[in-house]
Design a protein around this ligand. Structure first.
Ligand code: WQD
Length: 335
């Protein structure tokens, strides 16, 4: 079987992608420092640890690199934590990919590389603009590093620009598991609804949008995961004549924050306790994808809609609560 190294394999997107890879016949080596999900295993910021993975698995034909911190708001207040973690881990990986001549590299990039776009929906040809957050800057620098390495090494790469990943696996066996207070909208919504958080804020309703709140493109985690399997297949079988291809992974539907809250309330029958607060530093007003290229080149079409996202996210939050109650009854503390 084709062996793929997945970094950040215990994370939200990594875990769902591993399920999809295995369902599509791949063998997977998963590494994670679990700094955001449990006990430490492999630290990609340590070159020797990273090198050992490749030395012990010389049959790795591809890498899907998820391992990075990813909260826009947090990166504004902790820039060096983001620059060190996100860049040093990528540098170590690329040094190994170059040394071991790993043929394929898929990078977890982000729509934040577009900054605050002049035109929406954004296509892959939209110019990069100054990143609005250190998180976005790490993705811009990461893309540049990968382009430069794939230009001189026998590696083909795909840069996957995610929009807003959300929701949980329909089996309810895996989902998003924020270690601390969640930063992203969907887990904030579900934790507020279940009572883990007493209240949530909508960060600003004075943007020049249809209801004053920011616009985002929410993509179901399973659709996003499957796009990685398709990207590997594309790198192995097709070529647009480039060493490095870029793909937007979004639905193409721009949804406001209030519309996302209304969709949650409609699907779950839960009334959400929220109020309007000040804008969050680092936020951009609106962004959503033109996904034509991923459709044409990867054969990728999202199957889940916003209501599926909210339904699966809510089911997962309810499961987490019943697990916590189950283990509390046995005096076992989950993270
Ligand atoms: C979405 C909207 C907030 C929380 C994400 C990922 C990032 C990247 C891009 C993949 C914003 C508003 C949020 C809250 C709110 N994706 N909000 N109250 O900032 O778009 O970035 O997508 O790489 O990794 O983090 O996502 O969910 O934090 O915010 O009003 O309590 O929801 O202001 O408008 P963001 P987010």
């Amino acid at each position: 079987m084709k062996k793929i190294l997945v970094t950040g394999g215990c994370g939200y997107i990594g875990s769902h992608t591993i399920v999809d890879l295995i369902q599509n016949g791949y063998d997977v080596v998963s590494v994670d420092n679990n700094s955001r999900s449990g006990t430490r295993l492999i630290d990609l910021c340590n070159f020797d640890d990273t090198h050992a993975i490749f030395a012990e698995n010389e049959d790795i034909i591809g890498v899907i690199h998820f391992a990075a911190y990813k909260a826009v708001g947090e990166s504004v207040v902790k820039p060096m934590m983001y620059y060190e973690n996100n860049m040093v881990s990528l540098i170590n990986l690329l040094r190994c990919v170059e040394e071991f001549k790993t043929p394929y590299f898929v990078f977890s990039s982000s729509c934040t590389v577009y900054g605050s776009p002049d035109t929406i929906p954004v296509t892959e040809e939209n110019p990069e603009k100054p990143a609005e957050s250190p998180y976005g800057a790490t993705k811009q620098m990461g893309e540049r590093m990968i382009r430069d390495v794939t230009r001189i090494a026998p590696v083909r790469s795909a840069l996957l620009r995610y929009f807003n990943p959300a929701g949980a696996h329909p089996t309810n066996l895996i989902g998003e598991f924020p270690i601390d207070k969640p930063q992203n909208l969907t887990p904030v919504i579900t934790q507020t609804a279940i009572g883990k958080m007493q209240h949530m804020q909508v960060f600003g309703d004075d943007y020049p949008t249809r209801d004053g709140t920011c616009i985002r493109d929410f993509i179901h985690i399973c659709d996003l995961a499957h796009a990685h399997t398709l990207a590997l297949k594309f790198l192995m079988e097709k070529s647009l004549g480039l060493e490095c291809d870029v793909f937007n992974l979004g639905t193409g539907d721009g949804i406001t924050v209030l519309e996302a809250i209304q969709a949650f309330e409609k699907v779950t029958g839960q009334k959400l306790n929220y109020s309007i607060g000040p804008r969050r530093p680092g936020d951009i007003m609106a962004i959503y994808a033109n996904r034509d290229k991923a459709k044409e080149e990867l054969g990728w079409t999202p199957k889940f809609n916003l209501e599926d996202i909210m339904k699966t996210a809510w089911q997962w939050e309810q499961k987490l609560k019943s697990d916590e109650q189950f283990y509390a009854g046995r005096n076992i503390q989950l993270n």
